[in-house]
Design a protein around this ligand. Sequence first.
Ligand code: GLA
Length: 534
Amino acid sequence: MKKMGLVIVVAMGGLLLFKTFSPSGEVCPFLAPASPRAPQPAPVVRALEDGLALTPPMGWYPWNIFGEEPQNEKLIGEIVDALVSSGLKAAGYSYVGPDEGICFYRRDDGRLATNVERYPSGLRSLGDAIHQKGLKYALYTDAGTRTCSTAMPGTKDHEFEDMRQFAEWRADYIKIDWCNTEGQDIVKTYTTLHDAQLAAGRPVVHSLCSWGEGYPWRWAGAVGHLWRTTADICAPGQADWTRAMRVALANEKLAAFAGPGHWNDPDMMISGMPGISDSQSRSFFSLWCLMAAPLIAGNDLRSMSRATVETLTNLEAIAVNQDPLGVQGKIVWTDGMVSLWAEKPLFDGGQAVLVFNQGRHEANKQIAWPEIGIDAAASCYVRNLWTHETIGPLTGGVTVNVAPDDVAFLRISPKPDFSLPPVLVADSYLVSLRSTGSSPQKLSGAITITNKGSAELPLWKVGEGLPAWLSVSVSKNGKSQTLNNTISTAGLKKGLYHAAVRADNTEPVSGRPMSALYYDVDLEVSQDVSGQSE
Ligand code: GLA
């Protein structure tokens, strides 16, 4: 797209600069203007039911860097430790688990069972260990007869029993691939899997993975929370920048279909993978943030450079991705190898904007306020999300210099405060208690949730329908809230008891519902006290 010459006024701290620019040059082959929008998305049913993924899921999946090998319990354990020690968990990453990691097989009686050679403690114990660390458990399967490598069984004709087994393993997120599905109707199959998840009774984030086949953006919001829009972003271990940019461009065209609880998924991230430079990692991350894409890291978290950690944990960039309005930004113009990505309003009345330079030379670009829907005379502040500096107030527009393969990632707002929406970090998602006495006991266990965003959250509201033996109260301490779980064993028989607790909250600035918080409470009553009251 060739743009007409344009005069803009850039004001910095009272200094007015009049600049003229007439962008020219070749149209970048990967940055064609977006095609006309397809019809509006189907109604979003799934997220209304369970309140999950109201902002894009964040986590880590093994496929990009490892493929099938060497996924096993030891590796996942090391990654979980690295998620915590690197600061990724504190930046909001939570879903983690094996992808096609050959972690289960189908027994002769039809049930799935752990592959104990690779996961000797079992898939339920792996889930418990992940929950104890304040992270969420992700598992993988396939909608057909076998997974893509054929190394694992698919769910075809076993949908209900398999989703029950995933619930018993306590999965919180299930990615369901579309290999070996010859003759299957895609909408019917993923709808059956959704029904099977509901029947299993454990709310899970349902991640559809048909690589865009069947146009999932048109219908999958009714049965899932996110859907892959493209082919794999890379072969395992082989990050490919050109291919990744093609994926980004294909995903960009689908912006109209994304929103809270129903996301376009352009695949796991390649930031920090071998062969990807620091500026490419930063640009990639910024694009995924602006597109409200799931932030599923795909690099080896055990051996990250400082630059990679700084990129993946940039809370100001993450805040754009996790913005509660959930709008996917898109390309506004391309000028040769440089593109302007915008149309991403934010919860505080501002917006996010990105200038991406895919050329070989530094680009000096002006963003005129009218190009991003702001009156030319308006005064705005500009926050650079990578240098963490604010300038302004500016009228007319702002000028940016962008190095090759790099981005200027900005928030533009009439106010200078640039508050962050809630980003939640839990100390644990599992309360596990055991009573030993021969008379009724009271036991308690706490879960603390810390908000890394700016505003204080109202109190979490705990859902109704808790079992009689459990009560939950909520207390607040600054940016943290504690859910105090009190258990009374009076009247209980010897045995194992379980409750899944749901809590809900509201984003205090936009007033939108936030993703529901779920955690598990396990109780072992080791002696019968069924005849006794407190
Ligand atoms: C497909 C998916 C990948 C990965 C592999 C596992 O290719 O798109 O993300 O899950 O299967 O085999």
